[in-house]
Design a protein around this ligand. Structure first.
Ligand SMILES: NC(=O)c1ccc[n+]([C@@H]2O[C@H](COP(=O)([O-])OP(=O)(O)OC[C@H]3O[C@@H](n4cnc5c(N)ncnc54)[C@H](O)[C@@H]3O)[C@@H](O)[C@H]2O)c1
Length: 258
């Protein structure tokens, strides 16, 4: 119960990593605010938490819109009397996001809005709630594509995740003496709807599987375990750091694929 008494705001809580993290945080004693664009999936996460004896509410809206963000954080804080942890996790990965020559401008704009602007807006709306609680933690979900390049590009997604990483470091330094920690995580390929959609065909999967040292995707719960630790007081001296959770992908030079 290392998150006992914490109120955790999780964006994209209706999706793969967000849902697993919401369930993990609740199991560790947190009250969870499940934020998502889609009421049905967010409510499914909250219902699963409540069925397991935990505490959870949903707040629904588009996190690329400033007014919606402000309202969602206010509603979430109202539900449990404040917010101690923000997990900025919501994101998208569009099918027509490819190289710079091929990617349409509207795909670029939508990807930057959902993956980068949303993190900025959640910090803008959320940090005053952390300050009101006397401090807290911001955990931003980036990706290994913020660390290494790919010859099979998703240029807008990669650029957005690089921005998330830089923003996290600056947040950490700005608030280091104000009792707010900021940490980024960089997951490798994880078995969620987002990835399963573009790895649906055998060719896409076999192309990428060769580059996974463990030969498998992460399970969302394996990412959630890291987030729960970073959210807890056990991580009290950790700020400004980037945590890779990728089964060795970014450590690899040559992989034994036999
Ligand atoms: N799955 C992976 O392999 C992987 C790897 C590295 C990083 N990530 C990152 O992890 C995060 C979660 O990914 P996932 O695989 O669980 O995705 P997912 O598609 O399963 O879930 C994403 C959730 O975010 C929500 N969302 C998207 N845009 C939103 C918006 N504007 N407002 C509110 N909610 C919004 C969606 O409704 C969805 O529930 C993303 O930021 C993704 O980039 C994923």
């Amino acid at each position: 119960m290392r998150l006992n008494g914490k109120r955790v705001f999780i964006t994209g809580a209706g999706g793969g990593i967000g849902r697993a993290t919401a369930e993990k945080c609740a199991a560790e004693g947190a009250a969870v605010i499940c934020a998502d664009l889609h009421a049905t999936t967010a409510e499914a996460t909250a219902a699963a938490i409540r069925a397991a004896g935990g505490r959870a509410v949903t707040v629904i809206g588009n996190l690329t819109q400033q007014e919606a963000c402000t309202a969602m954080f206010a509603e979430g804080a109202g539900a449990f009397g404040g917010i101690d942890v923000i997990f900025n996790n919501a994101g998208i990965c569009l099918g027509d996001d490819s190289g710079p020559v091929e990617t349409p401008l509207d795909a670029w704009d939508a990807t930057i809005a959902a993956n980068l602007t949303s993190v900025f807006l959640c910090c803008k709306a959320g940090i005053p709630h952390l300050q009101a609680a006397g401090g807290g933690v911001i955990i931003n979900n980036a990706s290994i594509v913020a660390l290494v390049g790919s010859a099979y590009p998703q240029i807008a997604y990669t650029a957005a995740k690089g921005g998330v990483l830089s923003m996290t470091r600056e947040l950490a330094i700005m608030y280091a003496r104000k009792n707010i920690r900021a940490v980024a995580i960089c997951p490798g390929p994880t078995a969620t709807p987002l990835v399963q959609a573009f790895m649906a065909d055998d060719e896409a999967w076999s192309l990428r599987r060769r580059y996974l040292p463990m030969g498998r995707l992460a399970q969302p719960a394996e990412i959630a375990n890291l987030v729960a630790f970073l959210a807890s007081d056990e991580a009290s001296f950790i700020t400004g750091s980037t945590y890779t959770v990728d089964g060795g992908v970014t450590a690899a030079y040559v992989i034994d694929d036999t």
